[in-house]
Design a protein around this ligand. Sequence first.
Ligand SMILES: C=C(O[C@H]1C=CC=C(C(=O)O)[C@@H]1O)C(=O)O
Length: 366
Amino acid sequence: MIDEEISNLTAIDTFIRQKQPFAVYRIPGEKTPRLLTQAGGTVRLIYDLKDLNGQRGFVIAPFRVSETCPIVLIQPDQSGQPLPMDVDTDGEQEKAGQTQGQETFLNTCTDKYAACFHTFINALRDETFDKLVLSRELVIGQMPDFSPSSVFRAACKRYIHSYIYLCYTPQTGIWLGSTPEIILSGEKDGWNTVALAGTQPLQDGKLPQAWDEKNRKEQDYVASYIRRQLLSLGIRSTENGPYPAYAGALSHLKTDFHFSLKDNKDLGNLLKVLHPTPAVCGLPKEEAYQFILENEGYDRRYYSGFIGWLDPDGRTDLYVNLRCMHIEDEQLTLYAGGGLLASSELDDEWLETEKKLQTMKRLIAY
Ligand SMILES: C=C(O[C@H]1C=CC=C(C(=O)O)[C@@H]1O)C(=O)O
């Protein structure tokens, strides 16, 4: 590491120690991360997604907005400034391929997960729901030499196709993640969202081409939902997909949606219609959302919400907050979930969450 890099990494750890709101993020396809900080004033707290209309800043939105989990907007003095860091990589395929087969997973699920799975699967098999996403948290002790900025750098190097971020505000605490899923990106008259669902490990580091019925159906529910929600706002989109896409050592099926907007000041309304998509919630949407809140057995907080830079007059890059962790003094809380259909099997779904958790776990030295 060159001196400049070390001082950039140290700067990030200093913001955390001094409890200064900041976000550092790396957009897929870009080499250099960007850093933004808010030195003066307090971050803005928002309690309804539509109040993001016309706002500019780094957004950290929860799965469910509450008094203790508001939407937080970091309003920096300047938009994200390049933060030189050696995050060069030999390619995600190669790295992911190297780790495959060497990592071990907990093959037996916890009693708590099994109990939730049965509650969820019964509601799918009696056709109350078409799809439900069941997630869980994993708490691990923090090593004394744990450095959030070093993990951020390692994630940038390893996961070139994902959005990597590390952020802190007094209201959210410290979060770090590597997510493959755009909720809304674009600028001027060119906007994008994606339907991302269905999971398989990479095969010898390459994208799997064969996808079974369950995975295709799971993703198709998300694509149909997005199409419907966009149309409900009079937005006509063009589509590309579904096709297999990279996400660390995993692959998901993805459909891209491209569209233009009449008024970029109403991005909050659009986000309110999209979030939470059936990639993290379920169908029918409102009922599935309530069911998850009542039956999942823990609070997702900012996991499966969304994060990123919002700017109606410039560029916006917002991502669903997946493959992430909440960093506290003594512990790290990792999150992962998976889409269940009536045909889902307990052991397969558990293993899928184990593999998703590995996205963060493999970055942390034990
Ligand atoms: C809910 C998560 O992933 C979503 C995104 C892609 C594939 C998914 C799946 O196959 O279940 C999930 O819908 C997660 O990573 O916690």
